[in-house]
Design a protein around this ligand. Structure first.
Ligand code: PXG
Length: 285
């Protein structure tokens, strides 16, 4: 049976799951999304993803047509219909079809789309050997232009930085904010370890408040690893002992060099390894 895609409460075969070309999600990137993971049939931190989705919607004045509770139930039903237990779930809400022209008042019916599919993580070897990343020259969106806290359908900012990474032979790229401080990577949050302390940029660095990030901060707390949300510069990264990234798709993935310069001894560090193991245990708990 073909994959069943949810659109506004109805399930369609993948081939027949279609949205209008007049949808402002397509025409203007006017909409929001979430990327979630399920492990053994259970969606990791589902209610946190729902809270972030509905906050993103509020921030862009988009009225999601169903309640959070209904949305949660629909996510679970999409997994069930597709017989998936370890999956990636993409939830998209668009402003809906409208006229040509920006005016959001001339759209009707926001579209709610839920896709559950198999997930392509980074290749397994990267988790053993670590990623090499570069610093992109493209800065993260200025929070007063489009807040990075909103998980909007406008990802060109991140995609331009990702292209810079790819052109340098890297799968991820570091993005600084408009003040030159470390923000995050194109689809992952960033952490360093310095003198046995876990450090990550604060929310007001202009980042997406990652759900994996928050889970890792919680893990550190429960393991007695001192952790701080603190402003970081590229200098802090270059002199760090360890570095890793977090994201729903990537989970916890080590970084061993930035801009061709090894971090610490250029190998995956012990605290990173510990957090990778503990994160794996957490998602299956
Ligand atoms: N920062 C940004 C800019 C992100 O897009 C994260 C951090 C990590 O957040 P979570 O909540 O996942 O821990 C993200 C999320 C992709 C893809 O296709 C990436 C994300 C989401 C969906 C798809 O690479 N990153």
């Amino acid at each position: 049976m073909s994959l069943q895609i949810y659109i506004n409460g109805t399930f369609y075969d993948k081939e027949n799951a279609k949205i209008s070309v007049y949808d402002h999600g397509l025409l203007y990137g006017d909409g929001i999304f979430e990327g979630m993971r399920s492990y053994s049939g259970k969606v990791f931190r589902l209610s946190e993803h729902m809270d972030r989705l509905y906050e993103s919607a509020r921030a862009i004045c988009l009225q999601i047509p169903i309640s959070k509770e209904q949305m949660e139930a629909d996510v679970i039903e999409t997994l069930r219909r597709n017989n998936l237990s370890d999956a990636y779930i993409r939830l998209v809400v668009t402003r809906g079809a409208g006229s040509l022209g920006l005016d959001p008042n001339r759209t009707s019916n926001p579209q709610v789309i839920i896709i559950a599919d198999h997930i392509a993580l980074y290749p397994a070897e990267y988790y053993e050997t670590g990623l090499k990343i570069i610093t992109a020259s493209t800065i993260r969106n200025h929070p007063a232009a489009l807040s990075p806290r909103v998980k909007s359908l406008n990802y060109l900012n991140n995609i331009m930085a990702k292209i810079e990474g790819q052109q340098a032979g890297c799968v991820e790229a570091l993005m600084l904010n408009h003040k030159g401080e470390v923000a995050e990577c194109t689809g992952d949050n960033i952490f360093i370890i310095k003198r046995e302390q876990l450090l990550t940029p604060p929310k007001d660095a202009g980042i997406l408040e990652g759900i994996t990030r928050n889970a890792v901060l919680g893990l550190a707390r429960s393991l007695g690893i001192p952790a701080q949300e603190i402003t970081l510069t590229r200098h802090d990264l270059l002199v760090a002992d360890e570095c890793f990234l977090t994201g729903s798709a990537a989970e916890v993935i080590p970084v061993i060099s930035i801009d061709g310069r090894p971090i610490g001894d250029g190998k995956v560090g012990p605290i990173t390894k510990k957090l990778m193991t503990e994160f794996k245990a957490l998602v299956h708990r």
